[in-house]
Design a protein around this ligand. Structure first.
Ligand code: F9N
Length: 279
């Protein structure tokens, strides 16, 4: 039997993304906790609706321990609302985590940064491997607000891909909403997003976990673009190992060719050692 909103109890609102509200819900039959994302498609065109259906079908196929799991969907045709039931990540998002560490005047432990690096590398590999077989996997924003933690502090890559479908955003809107702190030099120069852009964003994320701020900050887009294309950033604290710093430097290479691909990163010795000693 199809599931309905009456099978759930809404426990509260977690936040609202650009495409709808995210609520914490409990499934009544087994008291399990999930989130549901409410997508209002009342103003979507027929083609947008088709895109939404295909994106949701792609979501269903992406099953990986480091990607937020899609559980089910509910369509309320009367209200034109699509409810996406996803796994609930108790630990919240990395943006909140970094803000908390910073507020406490503390620092992020190197072991945890290697864990985040290893698990995100696996998630990115999964996304890239699918896009190889002709499936355009949602381009997932690799930014702290879109990376979640479960109760064991395992990393889960969230989904923002749907936001693009519903926001009918033109390419202009795409690049001009919010400050794209993690945008790669080649994207700043107008090139399309490509898999190496994810590697740059991963570098920005690892840098931010070390320094509690992004590698490139500016007061406006022009200045930000200039800094990113220059590719100069302050060294991270000497409390972190050279291995970690050189990995971050290799990812924050303005030369797309020299920047490691996900396959090259998977062969990184320090990362392999991390995994071997934490299996
Ligand atoms: C935006 N944040 C800085 C503060 C807002 C709220 N705190 S928080 O750090 O996200 C937080 C706190 C406790 C639990 C969770 N768990 C969670 N959140 C999701 O999405 C959050 C949503 C994403 C779009 C923007 C609004 C927030 C999930 N999606 C799939 N599983 C999810 N599990 C999140």
């Amino acid at each position: 039997t199809a599931i309905s909103v009456n099978d759930f109890e809404v426990l509260g609102v977690i936040g609202s993304g650009s495409y709808g509200t995210v609520k914490k819900v409990m499934r009544l039959k087994d008291k399990k906790i999930f989130v549901w994302k409410e997508l209002d498609y009342s103003s979507a065109s027929e083609s947008d609706k088709q895109m939404l259906v295909s994106e949701v079908n792609l979501l269903r196929e992406l099953k990986h321990e480091n990607i937020v799991k899609y559980v089910d969907r509910i369509i309320d045709r009367k209200k034109s609302i699509l409810f996406l039931i996803m796994e609930y990540c108790e630990g919240g998002d990395l943006a909140s985590y970094i803000a908390k560490v910073k507020k406490e005047g503390s620092t992020v432990e190197e072991q945890f940064i290697w864990k985040v690096c290893y698990q995100l590398t696996q998630a990115i590999k999964e996304c890239h491997s699918r896009s190889k077989y002709g499936r355009s996997v949602l381009h997932r924003d690799l930014k702290p607000a879109n990376i979640f933690l479960d109760s064991q502090l395992n990393v889960k890559l969230g989904d923002f891909g749907l936001a693009r479908v519903l926001k009918h955003e033109t390419s202009f809107a795409k690049t001009c909403v919010g400050t794209p702190l993690y945008m790669s030099p080649e994207q700043m120069s107008g090139m399309e997003y490509n898999e190496k852009s994810d590697m740059w964003a991963l570098g920005c994320l690892l840098y931010e976990l070390c320094s509690l701020r992004p590698p490139f900050v500016a007061n406006n887009q022009i200045e930000l673009a200039a800094k990113i294309c220059m590719g100069k950033f302050d060294r991270i604290s000497k409390n972190y190992s050279i291995k970690l710093y050189s990995l971050i430097c290799s990812l924050l290479d303005v030369d797309v060719e020299k920047r490691p691909s996900i396959e090259v990163l998977l062969q990184n010795s320090a990362l392999l050692n991390y995994h071997a000693s934490n299996e």
